[in-house]
Design a protein around this ligand. Structure first.
Ligand SMILES: Nc1ncnc2c1ncn2[C@@H]1O[C@H](COP(=O)(O)OP(=O)(O)OP(=O)(O)O)[C@@H](O)[C@H]1O
Ligand SMILES: [Mg+2]
Length: 441
């Protein structure tokens, strides 16, 4: 492959697109995904925290393996019929309704004939007074078998993004469709569904159909380790012919908390504030100014304040009022410990400080709820140390300010911004120190 010499900044740091040039191989899951893609009849579930790199991983592997796909993005409120229709619309399947056929049986007939032949007949439809009329196939009753055949004929695989948003009753049906897809792989070797979703996605599919256990490959995309995050930056340096000072590299990695999206966004902003918009053409790399980081950080906060706000609101929304275990109470109980990582028992102790008789029978359930997409994944759980922690220092600082000021819905940026910045500086310093500590170990 011939390599380009000059790149646009936005091709290199891609906070809201799958990474291409700066794509970092994730060695262990990489192999498993490749094997699953090439195993006949194997259906795939890719799951992990939002922003951990699921879409990027799949996009890059599909490109590498030269596999074509159609993607349906599931949205809450979509029914199974909507999802199936979306796939059909992308396949551009046409169907000739029988009663309109003038030249008996020439069109239609077998499924593959109707799939390819009918598309070709579209041009003749424009001619004279030919009575053949075509309809998008979605107007037909569709069974899982016909769906498998249509997608199979197209030689593409079907990607379902945001699978966790599918309604529970539709998940049962989707699990059945997956099963039909497995069986149809005899006729169509490339046919498969790749479902991408939040952390609990995998368990959900299998619970509907235990038979499928061995025929589904569940691939967890974990948060990115610091070394890989650093690799995004060093590869960006090469493409753009620039060098980041060590301290900026460390800060970006530390503040990212395992999320490559934050790495890309901060790097992009640092470059912008240094007026780097494409590859530097000098023979020597441009040195990035250490001081430019603060400006980039300000920009980052401005751009993301709506996101922080919406995460906080989703996390603390009251669905059923609880006596003293509302989400805000739990977040507060985590915060008052003033620790990065906190165990279940420590959270419980903090509740007991307020109420000696507190039993906390449901506390574990509520804490775990805060790690789900229903609560914007505001808290994460570390399986190795059995501790809970905020998903990133930005959200933690926002949360501290909002709770301290008893903000219900309005977080007035101008009034609280200063306080937020101070709190944030504190949190970022803690994150940076933790990073350096890890680094030394
Ligand atoms: N392996 C990688 N190498 C370099 N950058 C990556 C990698 N994986 C992800 N990124 C970057 O991280 C960001 C998030 O990635 P991606 O959209 O793939 O995550 P996701 O898990 O699909 O997120 P969501 O759950 O929100 O759909 C993007 O900016 C992408 O460019
Ligand atoms: Mg994605």
């Amino acid at each position: 492959m011939t390599k380009k010499k000059y790149y646009q900044l936005t091709e290199i740091f891609t906070p809201s697109q799958p990474a291409n040039y700066t794509f970092v191989e994730r060695t262990t899951i990489n192999k498993r995904l490749k094997r699953a893609l090439n195993t006949l009849g194997k259906q795939i579930i890719i799951y992990g925290y939002s922003g951990a790199g699921k879409t990027t991983l799949l996009t890059n592997k599909l490109k590498e393996e030269k596999i074509d796909s159609i993607t349906t993005r599931c949205m809450s409120g979509m029914t199974l019929a909507d999802i199936v229709k979306d796939a059909f619309n992308q396949l551009e399947v046409y169907y000739v309704s029988q009663k309109d056929l003038t030249k008996g049986g020439k069109l239609g007939g077998s499924l593959s004939a109707s799939y390819f032949g009918v598309k070709a007949s579209l041009s003749s439809e424009l001619n004279e007074n030919d009575k053949v009329s075509t309809k998008k196939a979605v107007e037909l009753p569709i069974t899982p078998q016909t769906l498998a055949k249509f997608i199979g004929e197209s030689s593409k695989l079907w990607v379902l993004e945001d699978y966790h948003k599918v309604r529970a009753e539709d998940k049962v049906l989707l699990a059945q469709i997956m099963k039909v897809f497995m069986d149809s792989s005899v006729d169509y070797p490339k046919l498969k569904i790749v479902a991408i979703g939040a952390v609990n996605t995998a368990r959900e599919v299998i619970q509907f159909d235990s038979e499928m256990k061995n025929r589904i490959s569940e691939i967890e995309v974990p948060l990115m380790d610091n070394e890989s995050l650093q690799e995004i930056l060093t590869s960006g340096e090469k493409y753009l012919n620039i060098t980041f000072p060590e301290i900026i590299l460390n800060k970006i990695v530390a503040y990212s908390s395992g999320l490559p999206a934050v790495t890309h966004q901060l790097a992009l902003l640092v470059c912008e504030s240094n007026k780097i918009f494409s590859t530097n053409k000098d023979s020597r790399p441009t040195k990035i100014d250490v001081k430019s980081f603060d400006e980039a950080l300000d920009e980052y906060l401005e751009e993301n304040s709506d996101t922080f706000k919406s995460v906080f609101e989703t996390a603390t929304r009251i669905i059923h009022k609880r006596k003293n275990e509302n989400p805000t109470d739990i977040l507060n109980a985590i915060l008052i410990s003033n620790k990065e990582n906190i165990t279940f028992h420590e959270v419980k102790e903090n509740f007991i400080l307020n109420d000696k008789n507190y039993k906390g029978n449901n506390l574990k359930k509520y804490l775990d709820e805060l790690t789900t997409t229903n609560r914007a994944e505001i808290i994460r759980f570390n399986k190795d140390s059995n501790t809970y922690y905020f998903s990133n220092p930005f959200i933690k600082a926002y949360c501290q300010c909002a709770i301290r000021n008893n903000v219900k819905t309005e977080f007035n940026p101008s009034k609280l911004l200063k306080e937020f910045r101070n709190t944030l500086n504190n949190e970022l310093e803690i994150a940076r120190k933790a990073f350096l500590r890890d680094f030394e170990e």
